[in-house]
Ligand binder design. Structure first.
Ligand code: F0G
Length: 457
């Protein structure tokens, strides 16, 4: 068998620049030790996020040129609507400017004060939109997800007993829906199995609770179903995705991930009444219902991107690159979340820096060391991200303290992966010299990790 290689070649490049260690130390001080405050021109390899950072194809750029900018009823909306209907089966579509805007609109319709929204490790903006409405997100992810060495192939799965407990302990009126995030970003880019999705649907039907998807990485989730779940190997990605969505009432989408575009999102729905109410909020918050905050050209590029993202060859090359980096790190002894997930490598900072106190933010400390070492920007998925409890205002210590290396789609080569792995090996070799972490000098009320200011302890 021949080795696999990317199913595309490079037509355009963007220069990136290396800096010196001395420069990087100063840059971090100027940034109050918050990697979000760095200029991208000071970053050599940017693994902050896989969101909106991918490379579009020539076909997408062509679609961009033919976008229809009509305020109402544009051809580009029609193209997107057709694509979304074909991929998901949901008849109603509302474009939004990105995923969190889709959350804002859908939750404006469905989530009320005092509600509970069970799901598998809700993403931070999702949780933010729930908590902003004085409702609660209840994490029902299987316990195995929180053991980084457990090789369960679907660590994004929902624990049915935990979910049923929520259904038993709250009246139906308090539970607007169950939210399945595919793949589950917060627990490590881990997939949810088709079997689990079916079971969640069945249980939720018994209690009369709708099921919605946060589908930002639905194509990567479908790839894992095809490659890891017995009986699914002969289905296409598109067939799997459609079956997945058939078990839900609707979805929110951040198109910046598996839409393969730089900006955009949408809501797709089965229920006409929810669609009508959501349409009102779309008009107020985003724009008319046939563009919802997106340019016609961006909808046109998204329609193409959704089809490309659900091609097996693309997904194989994408996920194999993440795996390539992960395997190198495992070889070097760096503790990472296993099995390797879809869009990112998650380093276990509590194992990497076990001597650091939890309140000194070990994952953030590791991220800062990695930038110092090699100009690589990763992101903390740990205590900073977990925010404070809205009632007690105490730090919430999540079960895992992770540093995420998110890999943009179709953007970096495996040489970059080698460089990242070598940099992490260097930091790993000197881990015992990293004796202290960081403390907060300023923070906002919610979503603090974006703007928090830190100082060395
Ligand atoms: N849901 C999930 C699972 C996400 O990962 C994100 C964004 C969103 C919703 C919100 O979408 O950014 O388009 O408003 N995740 C990015 C990340 C920011 O880096 O993981 P958005």
């Amino acid at each position: 068998k021949l080795p696999y290689a990317e199913p595309y070649r490079i037509k355009m490049i963007e220069e990136i620049h290396q800096s010196t260690k001395e420069q990087r130390i100063q840059l971090l001080k100027n940034a109050h030790f918050n990697l979000f405050n760095l200029r991208s021109s000071h970053v050599y390899i940017d693994l902050l996020t896989d969101s909106g950072t991918g490379a579009m194809s020539d076909n997408q750029w062509s679609a961009l040129m033919s976008g229809d900018e009509s305020y109402a009823g544009s051809r580009s909306f029609e193209a997107l609507h057709e694509t979304v209907k074909n991929l998901t089966g949901f008849p109603y579509l509302l474009p939004t400017h990105q995923g969190r805007a889709a959350e804002n609109i859908l939750f404006s319709v469905l989530v009320k004060e005092g509600n509970v929204v069970p799901g598998n490790s809700h993403f931070d903006t999702t949780k933010g939109h729930i908590e902003m409405r004085k409702a609660h997100a209840i994490d029902c992810t299987i316990d195995k997800a929180f053991n980084v060495d457990d090789l369960h192939p679907f660590k994004g799965n929902i624990d049915l007993a935990k979910l049923e407990n929520v259904y038993l302990n709250h009246p139906k009126e308090e539970i607007p829906f169950c939210l399945i995030t595919i793949t589950c970003n917060s627990s490590g880019g881990q997939p949810v199995s088709l079997e689990n999705i079916k079971a969640v649907k069945k249980l939720s039907d018994q209690y009369g609770i709708p099921v919605y998807f946060d589908a930002a990485r639905f194509a990567e989730n479908a790839y894992f179903i095809k490659t890891r779940e017995a009986g699914q190997e002969n289905k296409t990605i598109k067939e799997i995705a459609k079956e997945v969505f058939s078990y839900g009432d609707g979805m929110t989408m951040s198109s910046k991930k598996d839409g393969l575009v730089n900006i955009g999102g949408f809501i797709a729905l089965n229920n006409e009444k929810v669609f009508q109410e959501a349409s009102n909020f779309t008009i107020i918050f985003e724009g008319f219902i046939t563009y919802g905050g997106m340019a016609g050209r961006d909808m046109a590029a998204l329609a193409v991107g959704l089809n490309e993202a659900t091609e097996f060859d693309y997904l194989e090359s994408r996920i194999s690159q993440v795996e390539y980096l992960g395997k190198k790190l495992i070889e070097y002894g760096v503790p990472i979340q296993k099995p390797i997930g879809g869009h990112a490598i998650f380093i276990d900072a509590l194992k990497f820096l076990p001597h650091l106190k939890r309140e000194e933010f070990p994952a953030q400390t590791l991220g800062l060391e990695l930038f110092k070492e090699a100009g690589i920007r990763a992101v903390e998925i740990g205590t900073l991200l977990a925010d404070r409890d809205p009632e007690t205002r105490e730090n919430r210590y999540p079960k895992l303290e992770l540093l995420r290396l998110a890999i943009p789609r179709r953007t970096y080569t495996n040489n970059h992966m080698d460089y990242i792995a070598a940099a992490l090996r260097n930091v790993f070799d000197r881990r015992n010299d990293i004796k202290t972490g960081y403390k907060i000098t300023w923070e906002p009320a919610i979503l603090r990790h974006f703007t928090v200011k830190l100082a060395e302890v």
